[in-house]
Ligand binder design. Structure first.
Ligand code: ITT
Length: 192
């Protein structure tokens, strides 16, 4: 059994990723590792923020670890909120405020095309690797559903008939950006 620290403070991400991990790996969230820090995300690219998060934890622990940075990229908003997805409506904004801002900016806009993009940064035996997962879809005009987190109530994946927030975690995993990136991560680790 290998252990990997997951450099995140987002418990929803932890739950989604733990639901995908097989028996060969144990994923240890920061909280369980006894690490309580706010990890900086100062960059304007998902890749650079993911690397910053993973390196911060690697430098603290000297253990194999990974992080992920995810953004909702909306075509009609020039790719926003993108790398700023967690704080689109301001530094201390919550999911509801971020959704409200997206919906108000999208009022009257016909092109509702968007995608979630997840970048995972893995630090494994002192080397850095990246994995990406994309889920394309559409932005709804109103919130639908109570499950999930973040922008899930306003996103419908291509090929799906309901929002991510109207899905169980297992249903979301059939489409999700995170699942695609994590699958690549574990395929890679499986080859080592
Ligand atoms: P860590 O940096 O600690 O991992 P975070 O919440 O700050 O956690 P991100 O920087 O990746 O995570 O922020 C991405 C934001 O995008 C996140 O706060 C959610 O609001 C949103 N988000 C990420 N994944 C999502 C998903 O699967 N469904 C809906 N919204 C999501």
């Amino acid at each position: 059994m290998h252990t990997l620290i997951f450099a995140t403070n987002n418990r929803n991400k932890v739950a989604e990723i733990q639901s995908l991990v097989g028996n060969n790996f144990e994923i240890i969230p920061l909280k369980e590792a006894g690490i309580e820090i706010e990890i900086p995300e100062p960059h304007d690219q998902l890749e650079a923020n993911a690397q910053e998060k993973a390196m911060t934890i690697f430098n603290l622990t000297n253990q194999d670890c990974f992080s992920e940075d995810t953004g909702l990229e909306i075509a009609a908003l020039g790719g926003a909120p993108g790398v700023k997805s967690a704080r689109y409506a301001g530094d201390n904004s919550n999911a509801q405020a971020n959704i409200d801002l997206v919906l108000s900016k999208m009022t009257g806009i016909e092109n509702r095309t968007a995608q979630f993009r997840t970048v995972i940064c893995l630090i494994w035996k002192n080397q850095t690797y990246y994995f990406e997962g994309i889920c394309k879809g559409q932005i709804l005009t109103t919130m639908k559903g109570e499950n999930g987190f973040g922008y899930d109530p306003i996103f419908v994946a291509d090929g799906a008939s309901k929002s991510f927030a109207n899905m169980t975690m297992e249903e979301k995993n059939q489409f999700s950006h995170r699942k695609k990136a994590v699958t690549q991560l574990f395929e890679f680790l499986g080859t080592l």
